[in-house]
Structure formats: structure tokens, C-alpha cells
Write a protein that binds this ligand. Structure first.
Ligand SMILES: *[C@@H]1O[C@H](CO)[C@@H](O)[C@H](O)[C@H]1NC(C)=O
Ligand SMILES: *[C@@H]1O[C@H](CO)[C@@H](O)[C@H](O)[C@H]1NC(C)=O
Ligand SMILES: *[C@@H]1O[C@H](CO)[C@@H](O)[C@H](O)[C@H]1NC(C)=O
Ligand SMILES: *[C@@H]1O[C@H](CO)[C@@H](O)[C@H](O)[C@H]1NC(C)=O
Length: 546
């Protein structure tokens, strides 16, 4: 570790020499120095790291259940997490064979991490939710380290933190400093949106990003699973949706077994899977397999042959939605479904004489946002009857749709998103922020800093209003992203958002962030994740490809 640090310092002396002369290159690049917080990311709420250091040996070190823990050996979520973190720290058992690191243990080694779940209900077999207690306390000292958490969700975060405290010297020997950490998230909803419609994302890339989310204490996978371009979700009730609407009916679909696997893989890492089925716009792919679902557009007095948003004036539309969302509510265990509702283009609705007649009957005048509200209102009632809560994009709020009080309004439009946050919270709605975190926009240089500097509560409003902000999401839309470039484009840029949503408000030192994030990035690389570099530097264990 020390060697790594000094080399990085040596390298960073010469930064600036080979730069292209790019105008938006305004800020000087930070220079790497070891942080007093080591490589912790996101930074815990309270940390004390001492100078006392213990060796860790793969031969003797164990992660075990504390005697008093409410989650014993039957909690497979924890058992598999112990194995995962042991392997992150020491490599797999096979690689261990004959390595120097496999030396005999010393009496001064740290040999045990005890994991103690303190609530009577450990939630081992449950699903994480927006109200889960994710806090934990970690004490690293002799003779044992203790990780205390009310539920398994906090324990998972604590295991990640413990693994981040372990450092490696130039000979591969592992050590950890005596440390006391008291940690909990600042915001409950810390999400990442991935889009599997513009490009199909193989299950493998989704799973490896769930792993990476866990390394960053991200707890929501917002799965933007379908959109205009393709419908890869294989519905048991309406299999023709993906038969006709997926890019390919067998190779580019998510079967019920695939979806189940994603949900369980995420659960084992404390991550909620919130699916988005966006309507009434963004639905071209739905129309391929579901006749009469979309509005026929007209050219003059004749149908033009093209189709617009979901047809809001037919009863069959709502029969379909009721059956479809009943299925979705049983397939996805999370308490929330994202219902979209963004960017509805009214041109097609306006062209259709049946819709015009309906507008007259309903006294909507020429205000097509009233028609959109009419649709969304009925959809919300359908979804509410499945006992799910819902998230919607901000337009649904902007158009004055009556929402259930527990609706989450998702703010995404840039420019005046602070004003929008004021408006949404003044109306009493819970909200999450994405506007400043559209990671599909890329540029030269260290744009993670821009994401890092965002303060989600920086809007006009009372303390009560600020409490309604439950978090945010980094969005990686898929027009230019598939399995070839998703992971390096997302990480470590999304890590900046992860720290903003987890750590205390005053954790804003950009140099310290650079120092920790550089090491955190190398750790992701060491764990097999092709996370892109922040700047000129190197990692002790470079990415070796797949
Ligand atoms: C850990 O302890 C060593 C001394 O044993 C010290 O040099 C190092 O700075 C400490 N690490 C952190 C992150 O405080
Ligand atoms: C649609 O449903 C409404 C309310 O249930 C009913 O009044 C109307 O007659 C139905 N329309 C058709 C075409 O079936
Ligand atoms: C917020 O509400 C005010 C008052 O209703 C309105 O004028 C303004 O356009 C809204 N701002 C945004 C960003 O929607
Ligand atoms: C943030 O605030 C807390 C409590 O006021 C304080 O203990 C801590 O040192 C501050 N941290 C930073 C990085 O300024």
C-alpha cells in the first residue's frame, strides 16, 4: 500500500504536461495523497481509525456469528456474504494455496470478526425496503472485531466497510488498523437506473453491477426494463408482448427465472429491485404484441398506420393494465413500482377523431394533459389495488394528477430542478432526485466531481419539506450503452452519487474524495469490475480482462 501511495505521488508530480488544450478543463487535477480515512467509500458517518495495526492471515481469519446474534448459521444471506467478503479480502481458496499470505498466524493477529444481529427479527429471509434499518457499528480491536447491526441489511454494509479497512503491503500481507465506526445512511433511497430496452443487457452484466452497487452501498436497482425500442420482459400473462416486442423472442428476453435470479441476487446484497413499466408514452414496443393498446394516429381523416401513446379512451386498455400489473405486483416483491409517465407526446392523440370526441364528452377542452391525467389516475387506482406504492416521473405531478400521499415523485428535468423539488415537497409529496445525475451524458475530464458537488437539499423550503427528500438515483440511459461499455461508464462515476447519498452533508472535501475514490476504484478493479480510472495513475492489481 505504501509503495503504491508513493508511486502515485511520483506520477502525479507531472500531471498537466500532456494535456490536450481543452477549454472546459478549468480546474486543476487533484494530486493523490493518502487520506486519513484510507480507502473508505462512501465515508461512514463516524470514523476513528487508530495507528494500532493488526495482521490478518487467510489461514486463521474467520467471520462468525456472534453467540447472541438473532441470525444464526441458518441465515444463508449472511453465510454467503461471509464467504463473499472473505474472498474479496483474501482471494479465492484456490488462489490461496501456497501463497505467502497463507502464513501461520501470530498471537497478535486479528483472527475473528463476530457479526451480531441485535433485533429479534434479523430480516434474514425478508426483502429490504425503503424503511429498512441499514445502520451498523463496527469495532476492530483485539482479540476480536465486532460488527453489530439491528438487521442483516446493516450487517451487509458493515462487512463491506470492514473489507475496505483491510490493506495490503507490497508483499501481499494483509493488515487492519484498530477502528471504531458508527454508520448509517443519510438518505434511504440510493438508486441506480439501468435501461434494458434501448439495448438488451445480459443477466451477467446486471448481476455484476448489482455486486458493484453493494460495494458502494447503493440499495435500489431501478430496472427500466422496457421502453419504445424493445420489450424484453417475458410476461406469463401476455407472452406475446416479448414475442413481438423484444429485439429477439428467445435470446433478448428476461424469463421469469431470470427475473427471479436478479431479485434474489439483489436481495442477498441488500438491494431492492424496483421495476419501471413506463406508460402511456414510451410504449411503441408494447403495441407490437398487444393489439389496440396504442392510439392509431391519423393523417387528415384516415389512420396513418402509425401509433401513438397508450389509448386512454378504451375500456380494454384498463382491463389489460389491470391484468398486467397484477402479474407485475406478484413477480416483483418490492413495495414500489415505477409507473413512468414522462414525455407524453400529444400529437397523435390530437389527430385521432375518437379521442377528440372523448375530449369533448369529458369537457377537457384542448388540454391534453387532462387526458393524460385521466389515464394516469385510472392506472394509479389499478396499481393501488394491488397494494403497491408507486413512483412516477415529475410530469405526472406537474400535470396535477391526484396522487396517493405516499407517492414518490422522481425529479429528472434539468435546469430548475431545485424549483421543482420545492414545488413537489411543498405539495407534501416524497421525492427522489436524478436531474443532476444523468450519467449517460459524458465529457472529457473528471465529471464525477460535478456529481459529487450536488447537494440534494439545496432548494428553498422548510425543514418539513427537506424531510420529504428520501434520496436520489444515478441514471444510465441505454441509447449508447450495452454490455460492452456499461460498467466502466457507470463506475466510479456513480460512486460519487453513492457517497453524496450515504455520507454526512458536510463530507464535501473534493481532494479527500479523490484520494479515497482512487483507491476505491482500484479495489473495484481488483474485484474484477472494469471501473474506469479517475486520472493518470496505476493500481497494484490492474484489470486483467475477462
Ligand atoms: C494505520 O496504522 C498505520 C501504523 O500502523 C499508519 O501508518 C496508518 O496511517 C494507519 N492508517 C490509517 C488509515 O489511519
Ligand atoms: C366502459 O366502461 C364504462 C364504465 O365501466 C361503461 O360505462 C362503458 O359503457 C364502457 N364502454 C364500453 C364501450 O364498453
Ligand atoms: C413551481 O410552482 C410555481 C407556482 O405554481 C410555478 O410558477 C413554477 O413554474 C413551478 N416550477 C417548476 C420548476 O415547475
Ligand atoms: C461534520 O460535522 C460533524 C458534526 O458536526 C463533525 O463531527 C465532523 O467533524 C464534520 N466533518 C467534516 C468532514 O467536516
Amino acid at each position: 500500500m505504501l509503495k503504491f501511495v508513493s508511486l502515485l505521488l511520483a506520477l502525479s508530480c507531472c500531471q498537466g504536461l500532456h494535456h490536450n488544450n481543452i477549454d472546459d478543463y478549468v480546474e486543476a487535477e487533484p494530486v493523490f495523497q493518502a487520506s486519513k480515512y484510507g480507502s473508505l467509500w462512501p465515508l461512514p458517518q463516524k470514523v476513528q481509525i487508530s495507528e494500532v495495526s493488526f495482521k490478518l492471515s487467510s489461514a486463521s481469519f474467520r467471520i462468525v456469528d456472534a453467540k447472541a446474534s438473532s441470525a444464526g448459521p441458518s441465515c444463508s444471506l449472511l453465510q454467503s456474504a461471509y464467504r463473499r467478503y472473505y474472498e474479496y479480502m483474501f482471494g479465492s481458496a484456490k488462489k490461496q494455496w501456497g501463497s505467502k499470505n497463507n502464513r501461520r498466524s501470530d498471537p497478535s493477529d486479528l483472527t475473528e470478526l463476530q457479526v451480531w444481529i441485535t433485533s429479534p427479527d434479523s430480516e434474514c429471509d425478508g426483502y429490504p425496503s425503503v424503511t429498512s434499518d441499514e445502520s451498523y457499528e463496527l469495532t476492530v480491536n483485539q482479540p476480536v472485531a465486532v460488527l453489530k447491526a439491528p438487521t442483516v441489511w446493516g450487517a451487509l454494509h458493515g462487512l463491506e466497510t470492514f473489507s475496505q479497512l483491510v490493506s495490503e503491503d507490497e508483499y501481499g500481507a494483509k493488515s487492519i488498523n484498530a477502528t471504531i465506526i458508527n454508520d448509517f445512511p443519510r438518505f434511504q433511497h440510493r438508486g441506480i437506473l439501468l435501461d434494458s430496452s434501448r439495448h438488451f443487457l445480459p443477466i451477467k452484466v446486471i448481476l455484476s453491477n448489482l455486486e458493484t452497487m453493494a460495494m458502494n452501498k447503493i440499495n435500489v436497482f431501478h430496472w427500466h426494463i422496457v421502453d419504445e425500442q424493445s420489450f424484453p420482459y417475458l410476461s406469463r400473462t401476455f407472452p406475446q408482448l416479448s414475442e413481438q416486442g423484444a429485439y429477439h423472442p428467445y435470446t433478448h428476453v428476461y424469463t421469469p427465472a431470470d427475473v427471479k435470479m436478479v431479485i434474489e441476487f439483489a436481495r442477498l446484497r441488500g438491494i431492492r429491485v424496483v421495476p419501471e413499466f413506463d406508460t402511456p408514452g414510451h410504449t411503441q414496443s408494447w403495441g407490437k404484441g398487444q393489439k389496440d393498446l396504442l392510439t392509431p394516429c391519423y393523417s387528415g381523416s384516415k389512420p396513418s398506420g402509425s401509433f401513438g401513446p397508450v389509448n386512454p379512451i378504451l375500456n380494454t386498455t384498463y382491463d389489460f393494465m389491470a391484468k398486467f400489473f397484477t402479474e407485475i405486483s406478484t413477480v416483483f416483491p418490492d413495495g414500489y413500482i415505477h409507473l413512468g409517465g414522462d414525455e407524453v407526446d400529444f400529437t397523435c392523440w390530437k389527430s385521432n377523431p375518437d379521442i377528440q370526441k372523448f375530449m369533448e364528452q369529458q369537457h377537457f377542452g384542448e388540454d391534453y394533459s387532462k387526458l393524460e391525467s385521466f389515464y394516469i389516475q385510472k392506472l394509479l387506482d389499478i396499481v393501488a389495488s394491488t397494494k403497491k406504492g408507486y413512483l412516477v416521473w415529475q410530469e405526472v405531478f406537474d400535470n396535477g394528477v391526484k396522487l396517493k400521499p405516499d407517492t414518490v415523485v422522481h425529479v429528472w428535468i434539468g435546469g430548475r430542478s431545485d424549483k421543482e423539488m420545492s414545488n413537489v415537497t411543498a405539495a407534501g409529496y416524497t421525492t427522489i432526485l436524478s436531474a443532476p445525475w444523468y450519467l449517460d451524458y459524458i465529457s472529457y475530464g473528471q465529471d464525477w466531481q460535478k456529481y459529487y458537488k450536488v447537494e440534494p437539499l439545496n432548494f428553498e423550503g422548510t425543514d418539513e419539506q427537506k424531510k420529504l427528500v428520501i434520496g436520489g438515483e444515478a441514471c444510465l440511459w441505454g441509447e449508447y450503452v450495452d454490455a460492452t461499455n456499461l460498467t466502466p461508464r457507470l463506475w466510479p462515476r456513480a460512486s460519487a452519487v453513492a457517497e453524496r447519498l450515504w455520507s454526512a452533508k458536510n463530507v464535501t472535501d473534493i481532494d479527500d474524495a479523490f484520494n479515497r475514490l482512487s483507491l476505491h476504484r482500484c479495489r473495484m478493479v481488483e474485484r474484477g469490475i472494469p471501473a474506469e480510472p479517475l486520472f493518470s495513475s496505476y493500481c497494484l492489481h490492474e484489470y486483467k480482462g475477462v
